[in-house]
Design a protein. Structure first.
Length: 77
């Protein structure tokens, strides 16, 4: 019986890691947090953390060419 509970906990932690793969902590961060704490707390971390910005949002287009924003422009947003 305890082996089944451990297996269920690992599967739920994997699910939480999969759901958090596009968040700041990433897959492994959410997976280990939910393994060490509980999958419920791991899911709450998913809700609390911000999604990772995609590369498209970090660039702006000027006459068809991609121009990266400077660090100062990123800080002001």
């Amino acid at each position: 019986m305890p082996v089944i509970l451990i297996l269920v906990n690992v599967v739920l932690a994997y699910l939480v890691g999969f759901l958090g793969r596009n968040r700041r902590l990433g897959f492994w961060g959410h997976f280990f947090c939910s393994l060490l704490l509980t999958p419920v707390i791991g899911f709450l971390l998913i809700v609390a953390t911000d999604p990772v910005r995609e590369e498209k949002e970090k660039t702006k287009r000027i006459k068809g060419k991609a121009v990266f924003k400077s660090a100062q422009e990123n800080e002001t947003e």
